[in-house]
Every structure is written in structure tokens, then in C-alpha cells.
Write a protein that binds this ligand. Structure first.
Ligand code: FBP
Length: 335
């Protein structure tokens, strides 16, 4: 083989580069983290590992009796799906084993779970988001927020460690179990997306430095309860229709958010008669996506203030949620 041949092999299928593995990316970017000492890196790896197990179970749920309800209810009185419970066990176990996390707030647990007093981080997690879509093979997700504890490691967990505003997040992300499985996260230095390669069991960088377009033509709202929407929300939705925008609503927050992040769009879950404070939970659904949206150039609001400025006063508090492309959310808020 003469030298002239070499360039073509390098660019051929033979030498096709698969990209940067998540582990390497975390290691290469560790110095960006505040308090960089490897613990946050390990914590992100623990979340990635648990998501691979959940992904495996979600993919074959129909074959191994993992479909349907568990027969139990979660904090909000929602029927827990078997996969909700499985995902909660898998993430809790991986984070407990990792040892970096002192306390975990989960949609599936009434109060926070003490994991390891020596841990320096607090996690808030929605282990499996989009429960209504689990059994019908529509994309679902996991949402997580990472905080640094306020009290000293080794001392008992305090309320100040748990009820932190979204602006105190040191990292946040989501996993989308869709046509491909992706992990998207930020540590406050931009947003990066990784696609799971199941035959190698590893995530690889596929969406570096994700930016949310400032504008879009997609609005994502469940208009079913729209009779009880406030007039400004009704007026904004009419504006979207008059502007010939496209309605897209999967009913899985992570999936709707991810699409709008890539294509431009707005997701709104406003206050309704059934949920006067909104349906979505601040600590383990909205804060993480608000951090990612802002890091990608988008906007996230409760209709009045930045989601990240809301100081939580209870674990499972709800909030109205307006998130997406900067100009679209600002337009919605102008109504
Ligand atoms: P879960 O975490 O319990 O699934 O609730 C959140 C969610 O399913 C979001 O994923 C989704 O956007 C929204 O609720 C759908 O609510 P609705 O069915 O009222 O439109």
C-alpha cells in the first residue's frame, strides 16, 4: 500500500471515528467543574450507568412483564408504573453505591432519601418521565438535577441542603429513551448530547455545544384542558395558530423539550382548573430543563419569573412551565 492510499482509508468506513466517549469527555472537561475533584465526574458516570440498565429494561419491557401498573401510588397519588419503580430503584442504587450523593429527592419517594452522610452532592430526579407513554412505546425520559450540599459533609442532612433554588444547580441533564437513547447534560459550561451505542454499551458525543434556536414554529401544549387556561395563555395559543405554527405534543416532557431544543419551539404547561399551580414539579422536572434551556440560549419561566429563581418550600411543589426558544417564550410572556 503506498502512502497516497492512506488518506482515503483514514476517511473510509474502515477508520470511521465513533466520537468521544462520555467517560473521556467528562474527564477532559472535569476542570470546568466548580470544586473539581472527581466526585461530580463519578456521579455523572453513576447516572449514565443506571440509565443504561433502565434503557435495557425499557427496550424489552413487553417481553419481561414490565408493562403496566405496579398497583401502588406515588406521592402525588399517581398510579406507579412498574418501570417507574424499576427506574427509581436503579438510579437510587447506582447513586448509593457511587457514594458521592448524600441525599436523593425523587418523584417516586415521599421524602428525600439519605444515601451517604459523607456525600457532597444532592440529587433531585424524575426516574421515568412521561408515565402515560410507558406502555404505548412512545419516548420517555429521566430528568436529574445536581446540587452541592450546603451543610458540611459528615453532618446530618438539613433542609438547606434539599430545598435549593434551581440557580444553585451545579449540573443537570436528561436521558431520552427514544428511537435512539441520548444523555444530554450541562455543568454550567454549555450543553452537550451523547448518543448511546448499545453494541458497545457506551455513550458517544453526538451533539456538541447544543444551542436552542432563538425562534421556532412549534408549540407544545396539551390543549385538552384549555377551557380553564388563563386568557393570556389562550391569546398566545391563538397567536401561534394565526401564525401558522405547528402543534406537536408527545406528552413526554423530555421528548417535547428535546425536539424543541433541536428545532426551535415552546413547551407550555400552564395552570389549569385541575392543576391551579401547574402540573409539573419544580425540583425534579422543571429546574433541570430550565438550566439546560438557559445554557443553550433558551428561556424558562413560570409565567412571572425565571424558573431558576424560584426558592422551593417543599419537595414536590408544582409550577406552571413555559420553556423553549428565547423569542417564543418572551412572546408568550408578553401576553
Ligand atoms: P410524569 O413524570 O408523572 O410522567 O408527569 C409528567 C408528564 O408526564 C410530562 O412528561 C408530560 O409533559 C406531562 O406530564 C403530560 O401531562 P398531560 O397528560 O396532562 O398532558
Amino acid at each position: 500500500m503506498n502512502k497516497a492510499q492512506l488518506p482515503s482509508i483514514e476517511s473510509s468506513r474502515i477508520a470511521h471515528s465513533i466520537g468521544t466517549a462520555l467517560d473521556r469527555f467528562i474527564k477532559n472537561n472535569q476542570d470546568q467543574f466548580a470544586f473539581a475533584s472527581g466526585e461530580l465526574s463519578q456521579l455523572l458516570r453513576d447516572i449514565a450507568l443506571a440509565s443504561k440498565v433502565v434503557n435495557r429494561e425499557v427496550n424489552k419491557a413487553g417481553l419481561i412483564d414490565l408493562m403496566g401498573a405496579m398497583g401502588t401510588q406515588n406521592t402525588a397519588g399517581d398510579d406507579q408504573q412498574k418501570l417507574d419503580v424499576l427506574a427509581n430503584i436503579r438510579f437510587t442504587r447506582a447513586l448509593a453505591k457511587g457514594g458521592e450523593v448524600c441525599a436523593l429527592v425523587s418523584e417516586e419517594a415521599e421524602s428525600y432519601v439519605d444515601l451517604n452522610n459523607e456525600g457532597k452532592y444532592v440529587i433531585a430526579i424524575d426516574p421515568l418521565d412521561g408515565s402515560s407513554n410507558i406502555d404505548v412505546n412512545v419516548s420517555i425520559g429521566t430528568i436529574f438535577s445536581v446540587y452541592r450540599r450546603k451543610s458540611s459533609a459528615g453532618t446530618p442532612i438539613q433542609e438547606i441542603d434539599i430545598l435549593q433554588a434551581g440557580s444553585d444547580q451545579v449540573a443537570a441533564g436528561y436521558v431520552l429513551y427514544g428511537s435512539s437513547t441520548m444523555l444530554v447534560y450541562t455543568t454550567g459550561h454549555g450543553v452537550n448530547g451523547f448518543t448511546y451505542e448499545p453494541t458497545l454499551g457506551e455513550y458517544f458525543l453526538s451533539h456538541p455545544n447544543m444551542r436552542m434556536p432563538d425562534d421556532g414554529k412549534i408549540f407544545s401544549v396539551n390543549e385538552g384542558p384549555s377551557n380553564s387556561f388563563s386568557q393570556p395563555v389562550k391569546d398566545y395559543l391563538q397567536f401561534c395558530k394565526d401564525s401558522h405554527y405547528t402543534a406537536r405534543y408527545i406528552g413526554s416532557l423530555v421528548a417535547d423539550f428535546h425536539r424543541n431544543m433541536l428545532k426551535g419551539g415552546i413547551y407550555i404547561y400552564p395552570a389549569t382548573a385541575k392543576d391551579p399551580a401547574g402540573k409539573l414539579r419544580l425540583m425534579y422536572e422543571c429546574n433541570a430543563l430550565a438550566f439546560i434551556a438557559e445554557q443553550a440560549g433558551g428561556v424558562a419561566s413560570d409565567g412571572v419569573q425565571r424558573i431558576l429563581e424560584i426558592k422551593p418550600d417543599r419537595l414536590h411543589q408544582r409550577t406552571p412551565f413555559y420553556v423553549g426558544s428565547k423569542n417564543m417564550v418572551e412572546k408568550a410572556l408578553s401576553f
